[in-house]
Design a protein around this ligand. Structure first.
Ligand SMILES: Nc1ncnc2c1ncn2[C@@H]1O[C@H](COP(=O)(O)OP(=O)(O)OP(=O)(O)O)[C@@H](O)[C@H]1O
Length: 251
């Protein structure tokens, strides 16, 4: 198996509390991997360790085989690990397509400065960016609202837009933090399809999620946490039947 991400014996303590306790797993470079667990299981803490919000107290994070444990989120993003936020952070005054274009400009030669001042070579690249942004909006099902300001989009569409913008940075692995939170059934359905398409296009997806149904529908591999420890890992079907998982969710 070709792993894009390795979590090796990650532990995180807050004072006397062990929020993440010696957790290890690998994320293959293809497919959808989900981390689930009851409230307080340590999902958000693990996610923050992986994204670089804060380092683990012990253990290591490897990205493409390289140790990135101590790197900040921006440095990890530059190496291909890109996250979306639970709290939507879009440019509210920009249109949907402009928001995605910003994602491209942060990665392409000109950067944000060129995007604003537009030298000739940046203008030539502009058409590619426009086409790329339109394609990403199509991927997440937002073509119809391309020219609406982000501020007027319903919450669920803003979340999908954030995914499109994250993809503009061409991540090798996309981290999604509770992507279904606050979505209605139709939006959840759209999200599930979008995540499957992202994975089919060759980007590894790692998500943490409360919504068991979404996870069971889209994940290839599921990691289950409880009280900071990994209590199970396997296919959605295997995990669903695992007595330790059933006990954790009922208990
Ligand atoms: N900054 C912090 N300081 C102290 N304790 C913390 C901190 N962050 C998290 N914790 C504790 O660590 C444990 C794991 O929390 P975490 O938020 O990672 O779990 P979770 O699985 O994401 O939960 P939820 O599903 O409710 O979001 C909890 O007991 C929580 O109270």
């Amino acid at each position: 198996m070709n792993a894009i991400l390795e979590v090796k014996n990650a532990t995180r303590r807050f004072g006397g509390l062990v929020a993440v306790d010696d957790v290890s797993f690998t994320v293959p470079s293809k497919g959808v991997t989900a981390v689930i667990g009851p409230n307080g299981a340590g999902k958000t803490t693990l996610f923050n360790i992986i994204a670089g919000t804060f380092p683990p107290s012990e253990g290591a994070i490897l990205l493409g085989g390289a140790d990135v444990t101590a790197l900040k989120p921006e440095a990890k993003a530059a190496r291909g690990l890109v996250r979306t936020f639970q709290l939507v952070k879009l440019f509210q005054d920009l249109t949907a397509i402009e928001n995605v274009k910003v994602g491209f400009h942060l990665k392409t030669r000109g950067g944000l400065f060129a995007a604003l001042v537009q030298p000739a070579w940046a203008r030539n690249a502009e058409k590619d960016v426009e086409d790329g942004a339109a394609a990403l909006l199509d991927l997440v099902g937002l073509s119809k609202v391309a020219f609406s300001p982000a501020a007027v989009l319903p919450y669920g569409q803003q979340r999908l837009l954030e995914i499109a913008r994250a993809l503009a940075a061409r991540p090798q692995i996309l981290l999604l933090d509770e992507p279904a939170a606050g979505l209605n059934a139709e939006e959840s359905e759209r999200l599930a399809k979008t995540i499957r398409r992202i994975a089919a296009d060759g980007t590894a997806v790692l998500l943490i999620e409360h919504d068991m149904k979404l996870v069971m529908d889209i994940a290839d591999e599921v990691v289950v946490l409880d009280y900071g420890r990994k209590i199970a890992q396997g296919s959605p079907d295997a995990v669903k039947k695992d007595p330790a998982v059933i006990a954790a969710y009922l208990g």
